[in-house]
Design a protein. Structure first.
Length: 218
């Protein structure tokens, strides 16, 4: 885990206060108990300052020999450039990856890419997250097995890559706790877990998360 903080610690005296506060928010956010999350080495060439987390949605004791099963996993990277970035339209950028295996009938849904993107935007909106300049891709891949693996059922994997610019609040610090919580809501969504009611958003009221299409048997 020490390596995960290397980019932050190498020049600790020069780390901007807004970035330090944003990272502290990521480190201390309380998440759903199904989420297993920990720091991971951050990319060093995308921005002057970066911090990264890896997360998985874990179902305890459901593996072939009683081990835990990862239903979905992903990565969240926080980038910061104090000078600002034209493409970001801000000084912070959140970059995420989420992936999971889907049921075959769901994987064949022609609207899956659009629905998947709505899970992300719905998760952000449900948490009252303010952001701009969103972009991303949804990739669907099917696996069919032959020969010695022919007894395995076909599988469909989904991978979502997205980034957005968080709105900066007081002191130039975005509400990274809300962004992380919304992203973890997305992970739970693609894993097939039922949504939990989020806290009331600053805009008033509670916005329910969009439901994932179809049940997921595990």
């Amino acid at each position: 885990m020490a390596a995960a903080h290397e980019h932050l610690a190498d020049s600790a005296d020069n780390v901007p206060i807004p970035f330090r506060q944003a990272v502290e928010a990521l480190r201390t956010t309380r998440l759903r108990p199904e989420i297993d999350i920990e720091p991971t080495p951050a990319p060093k060439r995308l921005a002057p300052f970066a911090y990264a987390l890896e997360a998985a949605v874990v179902e305890p004791g459901t593996g072939p020999e009683g081990e835990d099963t990862d239903l979905a996993d992903g990565r969240l990277v926080l980038l910061h450039d104090p000078a600002g970035h034209d493409a970001w339209q801000g000084t912070f950028r959140v970059v995420t990856l989420a992936r999971a295996e889907l049921e075959p009938e769901m994987g064949s849904d022609p609207l899956l890419p659009e629905v998947s993107w709505s899970w992300l935007t719905g998760a952000l909106e449900a948490r009252g997250v303010r952001y701009g300049e969103p972009s991303g891709t949804v990739t669907r891949a099917s696996s069919h097995y032959f020969g010695g693996l022919a007894d395995r059922a076909p599988a469909t994997q989904i991978e979502m890559r997205a980034s957005w610019t968080p709105e900066e609040g007081e002191g130039g610090v975005p509400d990274l706790a809300a962004h992380l919580t919304a992203w973890c809501d997305l992970l739970c969504q693609v894993a097939g877990l039922p949504p939990v009611a989020p806290e009331p958003s600053p805009r008033g009221g509670v916005v329910p998360l969009p439901q994932r299409r179809g049940p997921q048997a595990r």
